[in-house]
Design a protein around this ligand. Structure first.
Ligand code: UD1
Ligand code: UDP
Length: 367
């Protein structure tokens, strides 16, 4: 089969790293990078480090308003689909690149395969919720990471072409965690250890990432979050997403944070290492909520709801408001119940299941 895969944002490169390696054993894959993420440490670093096949085409759309970015992607993807005439289009997750791929393919009758289908926050203000709901409703094959996701689709009347395959990010964590110790440790000592200003002590830092639109819409929220980090009992390593960078720099000038180690975004292996050896992780990332769960690092998620509801069981993951006191309370006062842990995200072989299921869609079905 000939498959066109669309990626564009950091988490999609990591998902493609797990899936492309497997599907290319049986199928022909054409990889399109929309260019949504373009900085070296948001894009190239993942292709190089994780040995993801180089994109066959980069649409170079860059940043912009939702409409401009999505529309430019759709134009480029549509042309590629007309040129390549694939059997299906494969998309991941819930970014603007996901939605652009789904709409472009559906309109030219190329079957749409959605990996990470069925996730819901039930918060319609989130651009990600809009993207995933719309993508699911025009997808032909809906590959769900969890039973909850299958149930969510059922509640919206989508039952055909739905399969629970497990989570491809779990595939990535389990596969790459074999390499993370040696790579991450080297990178850590080479780049970050000195920033502690002391002999670094393994397992005695917090990890943090913040980039969600709902937390970066007002600088006061970032001030509250950094205010909590500043009061913690150990340093906080914070690789700053480009969306958050301007606000962080402005606040750092004013408050000169001493307990927060601001660093550029890091590669995936280093990230896994920093998370594995953190006391807790504070984040609003989707992917990190599962990585912390799988790597046994308790997580505080600075959001009102999560799509990854399984992580909440046993307090492996706890929701907090973008409020200094709430974040500190949740970090200090909540114990994790390790007996509650289960393999909700699969066995690390979701990509093989996806590969086998791809033959269920054929171009002719949409003609
Ligand atoms: C996007 C996704 C979000 C996902 C995140 C992963 C949408 C609507 N959002 O959010 O679901 O969690 O990616 O990281 O698709 N920028 C750079 N360099 C880059 C990329 C972005 O400087 O390489 C800056 C630009 O100022 C840009 C801003 O970051 O305007 C936001 O980037 P964008 O891709 O629009 O959204 P993300 O916040 O990255
Ligand atoms: N990540 C990374 N380097 C960083 C920050 C995050 O490799 O500096 C990884 C992280 O481990 C996870 C993925 O990027 O696998 C999550 O991406 P992000 O938080 O940007 O997006 P989301 O999952 O929220 O859509």
């Amino acid at each position: 089969m000939k498959i066109v895969t669309v990626v564009g944002a950091r988490p999609q490169f990591i998902k493609a790293a797990a899936v492309s390696r497997i599907i290319r054993k049986q199928h022909e894959e054409i990889l399109i990078h929309t260019g949504q993420h373009y900085d070296n440490n948001m894009s190239d670093i993942f292709f190089d480090e994780l040995r993801i096949p180089k994109p066959d085409k980069n649409l170079n759309v860059g940043s912009g308003s939702h409409a401009k970015q999505t529309a430019e992607m759709m134009i480029g993807i549509e042309q590629a689909l007309i040129d390549e005439r694939p059997d299906c289009l494969l998309i991941y997750g819930d970014t603007n690149s996901t939605l652009a791929g789904a709409i472009a393919a559906s309109k030219v009758h190329v079957p749409v395969v959605h990996v990470e289908a069925g996730l819901r926050s039930y918060n319609k203000n989130m651009p990600e919720e809009q993207n995933r709901v719309l993508a699911d409703h025009i997808s032909d094959l809906l590959l769900c990471p969890t039973d909850t996701a299958v149930e969510n689709l059922k509640n919206e009347g989508i039952t055909e072409g739905v399969y629970q395959v497990g989570d491809v990010m779990c595939d990535a964590v389990l596969y790459y965690s074999k390499m993370m110790e040696s790579h991450g440790r080297k990178d850590y000592f080479a780049q970050f250890a000195g920033l502690f200003g002391n002999i670094p002590v393994l397992d005695s830092w917090y990890m943090a990432t913040i980039h969600r639109a709902e937390n970066t819409d007002r600088i006061e929220k970032i001030r509250e979050i950094l205010g909590a980090f500043e009061e913690l009992d150990a340093p906080v390593i914070f690789p700053v997403h480009p969306r958050t960078k301007g606000m962080v720099e402005q606040l750092h000038q004013q408050y000169a944070y001493r307990n927060v180690i601001f660093i550029e975004p890091v590669g995936y292996l280093t990230m896994l290492y920093l998370v594995k050896h953190a006391m807790k992780t504070i984040t609003d990332s989707g992917g990190l909520q599962k990585e912390t769960y799988i790597l046994d690092t308790p997580c505080i998620t600075v959001r009102d709801q999560t799509e990854w509801v399984e992580t909440l069981r046993g307090n492996y993951n706890i929701l907090a408001k973008p409020d200094k006191e709430d974040i500190l309370n949740k970090i200090y006062q909540t114990q994790t119940d390790t007996k509650a842990k289960e393999d909700y995200y699969g066995d690390g072989h979701a990509s093989e299941k996806i590969c086998d299921l791809l033959s269920y869609v054929k171009r002719g079905e949409r003609e």
